[in-house]
Design a protein around this ligand. Structure first.
Ligand code: F0G
Length: 454
């Protein structure tokens, strides 16, 4: 049995509370059974997300102390720009306040009414921006990607034949851009292979299409490439990063996940493309040398990007996630396999097979898990979808409760506590019923909608 080993030591700590179960039930009810609406003081292990909550290194904190605080021409920004050019080999950089801000700019510039954006899988904010600009998303994940239990190493791969078919059917001029998401968020943090990216690139070359890479979850994906793809075994993480970048026209990312701070950036190969996007940065983000980030965040991000090239650093998420997934699997608890990045994903269609999808089974399980453990996870299923324009409810391909493992935050004994509580809930799953909306916002309803037991 392999036990994950922390390749760091803890030097700054934050006290946690574990409120009694009666208080947790009251807090869940108060929050409309939506884990986004819980107060963190009522949460023991916050596994909602890995966004903006990864641990910082001593080097990052130190760099924050020497930031150059100027509105224009900050040396801090120059350091970030140089690091991104160095890692991705793309010259033109635009800073933003976070990942969805990149998506806003990309969609405003590239998406026209009636255009299509093929992608391995959508992310909530990505899709919302594309739809807002009159486009639509075509998910062309490979067949193995939606098989919940599997031993496939690269379930995030795109179906290249389906991409060819889309181009043949609609014509290349209808395709706004092709998007590959590293570590596919909504289907279990599953990685994309380099070989698949090269095939997608070849299709883009044949038809003159722009290839955009969402690198928000790239750190995990890099580790999986090194571990799982033969062609990457003898490459350094830095070399793999460059191989990926060389296949892309544009790379954007949420620095809340990559680089471990706040912010985001768009890296662009072509100057003309950069010129088209540049004007939107001062309009929505801030001046071109901070883009809505504070200089301290930018310094931490620059160091964090370099630390992402360290295999001992990027292994921490995947090996802790693998431990958790394998321990749950061993107990017969339905989880997405193989273990991916981001976190552990519970397969709620099997966990709560008595609760229909239309009763938001994954939302119900997320709320129940909080009540029995003080652990906050996130619903990733039908509740996270948007209603169709005609008001009908699109049932999600997967109903998941995502238990994110913010990198280098939780210890192994905390992970064991989570496993123990999930096991208890699985043994007592008949206690959990469905939910219905009592307050349903129109846009991104999962963030602040309120629900009650049916
Ligand atoms: N792309 C991916 C793949 C993401 O996972 C996220 C955020 C974004 C874009 C948007 O970036 O939050 O900085 O605006 N994912 C977070 C999560 C919200 O919890 O999974 P953002």
């Amino acid at each position: 049995e392999t036990v994950p080993l922390e390749m760091h030591k803890v030097r700054v700590v934050q006290k946690l509370n574990l409120p009694p179960i009666e208080a947790r039930l009251a807090a869940a009810t108060e929050a409309g059974n939506n884990t986004f609406l819980l107060q963190n003081k009522d949460v023991f292990m916050d596994m909602l997300t890995d966004s903006g909550v990864n641990a910082m290194s001593d080097q990052q904190v130190a760099a924050m102390m020497v930031a150059d605080d100027s509105y224009a021409g900050s040396a801090t920004y120059t350091r970030l720009e140089a690091k991104l050019r160095d890692l991705f080999g793309m010259h033109w950089i635009l800073p933003t306040h976070q990942g969805r801000a990149c998506e806003n700019i990309l969609a405003q510039v590239l998406v026209t009414p009636g255009s299509i954006v093929p992608m391995n899988y959508h992310f909530t904010t990505t899709k919302a921006h594309i739809v807002l600009n009159g486009g639509s998303v075509e998910e062309i994940i490979c067949e193995k990607g939606l098989q919940v239990t599997s031993s496939e190493p690269f379930k995030g791969d795109m179906d290249v034949a389906a991409l060819e078919r889309l181009v043949a059917e609609h014509g290349a001029e209808k395709i706004a851009f092709v998007r590959i998401e590293a570590g596919t968020n909504l289907i279990g943090g599953q990685p994309v292979s380099l070989a698949n990216m090269a095939e997608v690139r070849a299709v883009c070359d044949r038809h003159g299409l722009t290839l955009v890479y969402d690198a928000s979850l790239m750190a995990d994906n890099l580790y999986f490439l090194k571990q799982r793809e033969d062609a990457c075994k003898d490459l350094s993480i830095r070399e793999i990063t460059r191989r990926i970048a060389d296949l892309c026209d544009i790379i954007y990312f949420s620095a809340r996940k990559l680089g471990c701070a706040r912010g985001g950036a768009i890296c662009i190969r072509d100057e003309q493309m950069y010129q088209k996007m540049r004007g939107l940065v001062p309009l929505y983000e801030g001046f071109l040398t901070y883009g809505g980030m504070s200089v301290r965040e930018i310094e931490a991000l620059t160091v964090g990007l370099e630390e992402t090239m360290d295999e001992d650093m990027i292994s921490q998420g995947p090996i802790f996630i693998e431990y958790m997934v394998n321990e749950l699997d061993r107990r017969g608890i339905p989880v997405i396999t193989p273990a991916g990045g981001l976190g552990c994903h519970i397969d709620v269609m099997r966990f709560l097979d008595h609760v229909p999808q239309a009763q938001y089974s994954a939302g119900a399980l997320a709320s129940a898990l909080y009540i029995v453990s003080g652990i906050r996870g996130m619903e990733r299923g039908t509740l996270s979808e948007q209603r169709n324009p005609d008001g009908t409810e699109p049932l999600a391909n997967m109903e998941l409760v995502r238990l994110a493992l913010p990198r280098r935050v939780f210890t192994l004994s905390q992970v064991k506590y989570a496993i123990d509580r999930i096991d208890w809930l699985y043994q007592n799953r008949a206690l959990v019923g469905g939910l219905k909306f009592v307050e349903e916002p129109e846009i991104l309803r999962f963030f602040y909608g309120r629900l009650a037991p049916v």
